[in-house]
Write a protein that binds this ligand. Structure first.
Ligand SMILES: [Zn+2]
Length: 136
């Protein structure tokens, strides 16, 4: 099971936003709750060496787009090796999102790691990402 991300969809224009919002950003229509798979692609990323108060430097952030078009800013451990279009797994902790980049080597390694309950969840994410990346 891949992590699910809570979001909202506008019944009129189909816009999807996360975190969930009560009203569509484009017009005053009440949005309905949806749940999206926590996997997406890097749209843009950056490292802030002078981050806002309350954050440790360096602060790695990325703009990630989920299937369905919801885009939001995620925090990550690092941006080294990251590219536009890189597949990432998303995890929501409260209203803060974290991305983890799974490179080819990481994915291969994860497939062979069977022990540990943490590994099961990571494996599920890796399988889902691999399906997306290697399909067709
Ligand atoms: Zn709308």
């Amino acid at each position: 099971m891949i992590e699910r991300i809570d979001a909202s969809r506008c019944p009129a224009c189909r816009t999807i936003v996360a975190p969930p919002a009560s009203y569509c950003p484009h017009h005053p229509v009440a949005m309905e709750p949806v749940s999206l798979p926590g996997a997406g692609e890097i749209v843009s990323f950056t490292t802030l060496h002078s981050p806002p108060t309350g954050f440790k430097a360096p602060l790695h952030i990325a703009l990630v787009e989920l299937e369905g078009g919801a885009r939001f800013v995620c925090h990550g451990a690092e941006t080294r090796g990251l590219r536009i279009g890189s597949p990432v797994a998303i995890e929501a902790v409260g209203r803060v999102y974290y991305f983890s980049y799974l490179g080819v080597v990481d994915r291969a390694r994860l497939f062979w790691r069977r022990a540990g309950h943490a590994g099961d969840r990571v494996n599920a994410i890796a399988r889902s990402l691999a399906k997306r990346v290697w399909k067709g």
